[in-house]
Design a protein around this ligand. Structure first.
Ligand SMILES: NC(=O)c1ccc[n+]([C@@H]2O[C@H](COP(=O)([O-])OP(=O)(O)OC[C@H]3O[C@@H](n4cnc5c(N)ncnc54)[C@H](OP(=O)(O)O)[C@@H]3O)[C@@H](O)[C@H]2O)c1
Length: 259
């Protein structure tokens, strides 16, 4: 039987691929036959030297290193998945956020995508084909004010930028999409739920409930698994989704309460 999705002969660059959702996406793309290069600041033992490049993508220099290495090792990039993102801002609401906090969120959640696209999308345009996926967050439409205002705003900027790029390059054969996850049960999320549980004197399920309550509940009653987010990304990057571009796909178990 013909495989539903095959990435045989495809070359993919996936950022932030050593942990969490990125690691699950790298594993799935490999399983589907892609040649994958991934990147983070430090290599994980499960990833070989040849398929990894170490760089701090929050810097201009780091982006240049990753783009250059992708061209050297892969020849060209057919699929570019911008997985990198996250927040290290302190709690305390808008007044607690300094310029430096804002810069950090923008340098991690917005600039790496802009810079890598600027370096790698022109080749896709020249070949008349390619797929770019920006991983956003439900927080771009459902911001949580206590500690992630700057992260949510950076993801909103990423989404708007992504839409503009999709309009510009779709006529040239390049598809640009967004995936907006809700809470994902990554290793880091498990540790966070365990810390909350300990503080509240409850078990892991109790810790998860604290997070889900803060989100206003998750109708399916659980976070998404990294592998589930990876599957959505693989479908959107595949030829099965050839008619889809400029769109954002939520994967949040129903968390966002609006249409
Ligand atoms: N987890 C969630 O609940 C959730 C919800 C909505 C959206 N998202 C989005 O989904 C994406 C994946 O999140 P995740 O939680 O799965 O990730 P994660 O488990 O926190 O993994 C972070 C990855 O990014 C790398 N990284 C961190 N800082 C870096 C830097 N400056 N330069 C290069 N690499 C760096 C890390 O490796 P090193 O530390 O070695 O650099 C690691 O590979 C992000 O865009 C996030 O915003 C996540």
């Amino acid at each position: 039987m013909k495989e539903f999705i095959s990435f045989k002969g495809k070359r993919a660059l996936i950022t932030a691929g050593t942990k969490g959702t990125g690691a699950a996406t790298v594993a799935l793309f490999r399983e589907l036959g892609a040649q994958v290069l991934t990147t983070a600041r430090s290599r994980h033992e499960a990833i070989s030297d040849e398929s990894f490049v170490a760089a701090d993508l929050a810097t201009e220099e780091g982006s240049a290193i990753v783009a250059r290495t992708a061209c050297q090792r892969l020849g060209a990039v057919d699929i570019l998945v911008h997985m990198l993102g996250g927040s290290s801002a302190p709690g305390g609401g808008f007044a607690a956020l300094t310029d430096s906090d804002w810069h950090k969120e923008l340098y991690l959640n917005l600039f790496p995508a802009i810079r890598l696209d600027r370096q790698l999308v022109p080749q896709m345009i020249n070949r008349g084909s390619g797929v770019v996926i920006h991983v956003s967050s439900i927080q771009r439409t459902l911001p949580l004010p206590e500690s992630t205002t700057a992260y949510a705003a950076a993801k909103a900027a990423l989404s708007t930028y992504s839409k503009a790029l999709s309009k510009e390059v779709a006529p040239k054969g390049v598809r640009v999409l967004r995936v907006a996850p809700g809470w994902i049960e990554t290793e880091a999320a498990v540790r966070y739920a365990e810390r909350l549980a300990e503080g509240a004197g409850t078990d892991y399920e109790g810790g998860k409930k604290i997070i889900m309550d803060a989100l206003g509940g998750i109708p399916i009653g659980r976070p998404a698994k990294p592998e589930e987010v990876a599957s959505l990304i693989a479908f959107l990057a595949s030829d099965r989704a050839a008619a889809i571009t400029g769109a954002e796909y939520l994967i949040d178990g129903g968390t966002v309460p609006t249409v």
